[in-house]
Design a protein around this ligand. Structure first.
Ligand SMILES: NC(=O)c1ccc[n+]([C@@H]2O[C@H](COP(=O)([O-])OP(=O)(O)OC[C@H]3O[C@@H](n4cnc5c(N)ncnc54)[C@H](O)[C@@H]3O)[C@@H](O)[C@H]2O)c1
Length: 253
């Protein structure tokens, strides 16, 4: 699809990879709807890009319906969806404080996996109703997986399971939605410099960056955004997971 004049719903768009993607798509002439639980930063990003912000918890269907309604009333529909809302935790399955709390595991699956599916199912319903363009395309959906889907580290059981679930969703979704002209892909980032990582001290971030074969640094949100832009533009990309990781393969810890 041509980005110029199209509309993109970006969950988690208040921060990190989502905000970087919103900037890239907006620079290319796209309209952006930022959907996030973080009102302060969400409004800032949307205002800077002349877009819309909708306070959204991806686990709440009514919030997502509201985003889609805003996209329709402001810009006539939604052509691309980028799922960047997510949370991370580090907790061992067995630690000195006992077994992994089940509610923490459930929360990560709820936001990262069920929340993403919730956005996909409702967005696909909206996209299926709209006019197709070149190649009979009606929309493209990108989900955020992680290299942790493939090389989960110690302490990442919940996070890796949630991202493995995203990898498992890609092909059945792409196959099911093909008849509506909707593409579905996932991106599996390595280690990117975002507020999610910002909780780590500088030396820990530098040491993580140095583990990347090339380039030996953390990824930047705009590099993720550039990949999203290419996915949106290239109609032959569908039903696959693309790693963007500087050849990183995560070690057990
Ligand atoms: N940064 C990395 O190195 C990295 C690597 C692999 C995968 N990822 C994935 O990429 C995605 C974006 O990560 P990031 O690094 O930009 O993180 P981030 O913390 O900077 O941004 C995540 C955003 O999601 C929002 N959010 C959290 N829960 C939400 C909910 N229930 N509903 C709506 N919004 C919610 C947060 O408010 C925040 O703005 C996540 O899914 C993350 O797991 C990140």
């Amino acid at each position: 699809m041509q980005i110029d004049g199209k509309t993109f719903l970006i969950t988690g768009g208040a921060s990190g990879l989502g905000a970087g993607t919103a900037r890239i798509l907006s620079q290319a002439g796209g309209h952006v709807v930022i959907a996030d639980v973080d009102t302060v930063h969400g409004q800032e990003v949307a205002a800077a890009l002349n877009g819309q912000f909708v306070k959204t918890d991806v686990t709440r269907s009514e919030d997502i319906e509201e985003c889609l309604a805003v996209a329709k009333s402001s810009y006539g529909g939604v052509h691309g969806v980028v799922n960047c809302a997510g949370i991370g935790i580090a907790r061992r399955t067995l630690s000195r404080s006992g077994p992994h709390p089940l509610d923490l595991f459930e929360r990560v699956i709820d936001v990262n996996l069920i929340g993403t599916f919730n956005v996909v199912r409702l967005s696909a319903a909206a996209m299926a109703q709209q006019e197709a363009w070149e190649d009979n395309e009606r929309g493209a959906i990108v989900m955020s997986a992680s290299v942790a889907a493939f090389e989960g580290q110690i302490g990442q059981a919940a996070y890796s399971a949630s991202k493995g679930g995203i990898v498992g969703l890609v092909l059945p979704l792409a196959r099911e939605l093909a008849r509506f002209g909707i593409r579905v892909l996932a991106i599996a980032p390595g280690i990117f410099d975002t507020p999610m990582l910002g909780l780590l001290p500088d030396d820990a971030r530098a040491s993580l960056g140095a583990q990347m074969p090339f380039p030996p640094r953390l990824g930047q949100p705009q590099e993720f955004g550039q990949l999203v832009r290419h996915i949106m533009e290239n109609v032959m990309l569908n039903g696959t997971v693309i790693r963007i990781d500087g050849a990183l393969r995560m070690q057990p810890q």
